[in-house]
Write a protein that binds this ligand. Structure first.
Ligand code: AHR
Length: 656
């Protein structure tokens, strides 16, 4: 058989070429002096949904689980009204029952009755969400509603009057008392009690004990414990460390409350914003379709306030008059539609939301916002209608009704529609058809795909019709938390900046996941009761969030490389030019960067680099393996930079 050998001369020539190619830096030419193309001011934001225990047991700082005795079997088969509570006879004798006869209000129908039959301590003990973490010297606000039912024995006690003492104790896992408040329950009507307890010791697994000792019966409800130090010290506030790490993303907007949570598990489970405002004991909790309970203590007021606190625009999403198509365990075919005769009331709820957020204090709903402590309008600009719904005739009919009503009453509001759960397919096509017909300003696209999809679909929006609806990439993730995943997302995000004229908004999903209660992976930030663990993907989001620009500048890569994604933006406020370089190859990439056409000289710059083993992850519980590092970088009109293997580099260049 004839051997195919390369002549020696040709081989030498090939090798020489290869060496030259490796030595020859890739040139990136940025039109630094060009006027550029405007980028949406709200491009990168976040999507918050209460799944993975993100709200109750997570961002919402409440430390007592099942505070209003409303947990139920429909949420988890082993759950009941006393889940997370335990009765302990501590010298006395007594019991606990769940009652519904004289509730605090109709939205909070169940309560506990603590009965002391023989003198001595009888305690109702709450174990929190995996324990109650307390720190020595920190203050905790305890509050509850109580009502004296009888003194002594239950029967024949109508003429006995006096006080029933109630102690509320923070207790360590070993039972040691870490702090205590004392109340006297004297009245037959519901009465609020509150106190502040200072923890004497640090304990990650403390408990809250509500202790009676004198024979009698006490009704108890809405038993709550908050750290005094919440984010921005808000009462009924958010866990400070979690809220801060979210704020550090510098999101331009927050989409909430879901996701599937918004359109719910069947019509009775739609997320109703009106159930989530007002005093916490009057809010109407309900099952969370992710398999637990939503207290809605983190409700619309808290969402809007959080947005304001972190300088992000609120993007509430309401159901489009239909429930999730996966409702009732019927994947894809479980969509239920609000009966037509009920649609006017539903639409009014949507209009009321806008009035609640933006209306004057003299308006009905604006007055409720003011009563909650916020007389100034919240400045709502965006409203989402629908979440990746199945685009059925029922959906179309109801979406149009809501959309038309909002447009008519509030032309100032920008509506975000929905085009299904995937980057292509029936719901995507039909959703786009509806959006185009109705001229919906923005549509919400979702995709959870492999990293390779993100690397090969960077051109997705280059060809989008600029005359049609703009796009909100409301949920995306590359199905993993390795550095390679994060870089695939970073490369894709450079294409979102390039298309920042048609892609108006984008948010990674999901945002938060509690370790041990994670229902969906990957997520952006993992947390436990005591720690917060940002993923590598988080750092990509944070770097893009902190280094956004309002103007995209054309750039050219020569020779073109599938392993290199680049985006150059200008931040008009500071005048800085920000260059994002994503090298997804496993080799360093020598680059020659030319800043063409700038009339000013670049000043000394910084390079922030996220790099490491492409398979590396930041594991929850450990110090992060991959974090960005910033160092000064010498730059000129033309300069050299070697992009490390598997890296995202942000070069920030101020000008003289
Ligand atoms: O982000 C998790 C879920 O993914 C959202 O609730 C839903 O919109 C999507 O299917």
């Amino acid at each position: 058989m004839k051997k195919h050998t390369l002549p020696a001369l040709a081989l030498t020539a090939c090798l020489a070429q290869a060496v030259m190619a490796a030595d020859q830096p890739t040139t990136i030419t940025v039109q630094a002096g060009a006027p550029g193309k405007p980028i949406s001011p709200d491009l990168f934001g976040i999507f918050f949904e209460d799944l993975n225990y993100s709200a109750d047991g997570g961002l919402y700082a409440e430390l007592v689980q099942n505070r209003s005795f409303e947990y139920a079997m429909v949420e988890q088969p082993s759950w009941n009204n006393l889940t997370a509570w335990e009765l302990q006879q501590r010298g006395g004798q007594g019991g606990v029952v769940v009652e519904y006869g004289v509730p605090l209000n109709a939205n909070n129908p169940h309560y506990a009755v603590l009965e002391i039959r023989k003198p001595g301590d009888v305690a109702l003990v709450n174990s929190g969400f995996d324990g109650i973490p307390v720190k020595a010297g920190e203050k905790y606000d305890v509050s509850l509603f109580a009502r004296q039912l009888y003194i002594g024995g239950r029967w024949g006690s109508e003429n006995r009057h006096g006080a029933l003492p109630l102690a509320v104790r923070l207790e360590g896992a070993d039972g040691a008392v870490l702090g205590e408040a004392k109340f006297d329950v004297t009245e037959r009507a519901w009465k609020p009690f509150s106190a502040t307890i200072t923890a004497s010791k640090t304990d990650p697994k403390a408990r809250l004990a509500v202790v009676g000792s004198v024979p009698g019966g006490i009704a108890l409800d809405e038993i709550s414990l908050f750290p005094e130090k919440t984010f921005h010290n808000r009462p009924n506030g958010l866990r400070a460390d979690l809220a801060q790490i979210i704020a550090d993303l510098h999101p331009k907007f927050v989409r909430f409350p879901g996701g599937c949570l918004t359109h719910g598990n069947g019509l009775p489970n739609l997320y109703r914003w009106k159930d989530t405002i007002g005093p916490i004991e009057q809010r109407k909790g309900q099952p969370n379709l992710w398999g637990y309970h939503q207290s809605v203590g983190l409700g619309y007021y808290e969402y809007f306030q959080f947005c304001e606190d972190i300088g992000a625009k609120p993007l509430p999403v309401v159901a489009a008059g239909v429930s999730c198509q996966n409702s009732g365990h019927m994947a894809g075919i479980g969509q239920q539609a609000i009966p037509m005769e009920d649609m006017p009331v539903y639409i009014q709820d949507v209009l009321d939301l806008i009035e609640w957020a933006n209306g004057p204090v003299t308006s009905k709903w604006g007055a409720k916002r003011a009563a909650a402590g916020h007389p100034e309008p919240f400045g709502l600009q965006y409203l989402g209608i629908g979440n990746e719904d199945h685009i059925t005739p029922e959906f179309n009919q109801r979406f149009k009704m809501i959309f038309d009503a909002v447009k008519k009453a509030h032309p100032e509001i920008t509506v975000v529609g929905t085009v299904g759960p995937s980057p292509a397919g029936f719901d995507y096509d039909e959703g786009w058809k509806t959006a185009t017909e109705l001229k919906v300003p923005i549509v919400d696209e979702h995709y959870y795909q492999k990293p390779e999809w993100f690397l090969t679909n960077g051109g997705r929006y280059d060809g989008y019709d600029r005359a049609k609806s703009k796009v909100y990439v409301g949920e995306y993730a590359s199905r993993g938390n390795t550095l390679f995943n994060a870089l695939a997302e970073a490369a894709y995000m450079t294409s979102l900046e390039r298309n920042g004229d048609v892609v108006h908004m984008a948010s990674y999903a999901p945002l938060l996941a509690k370790v041990g209660h994670t229902q969906w992976t990957p997520d952006l930030i993992y947390f436990t009761n005591e720690g917060v663990f940002p993923t590598v993907n988080y750092y990509v989001q944070a770097l893009f969030g902190r280094n956004s620009g309002d103007c995209w500048l054309p750039s050219k890569i020569d020779p073109a490389s599938k392993d290199l994604a680049v985006s150059a933006v200008r931040d008009s406020k500071s005048g800085d030019l920000v260059l994002k370089l994503v090298n997804t190859s496993r080799e360093p990439m020598p680059l020659r960067i030319a800043l063409d056409g700038s009339t000013k000289l670049p000043a000394s710059a910084t390079a922030t680099v996220l790099t490491g083993d492409p398979g590396a992850k930041n594991d929850a519980g450990n110090a992060p393996a991959v974090t960005p590092k910033t160092a000064p970088l010498a730059v000129g009109p033309t300069f050299a930079y070697a992009a490390p293997a598997s890296s995202l580099t942000i070069i920030r260049i101020p000008f003289h």
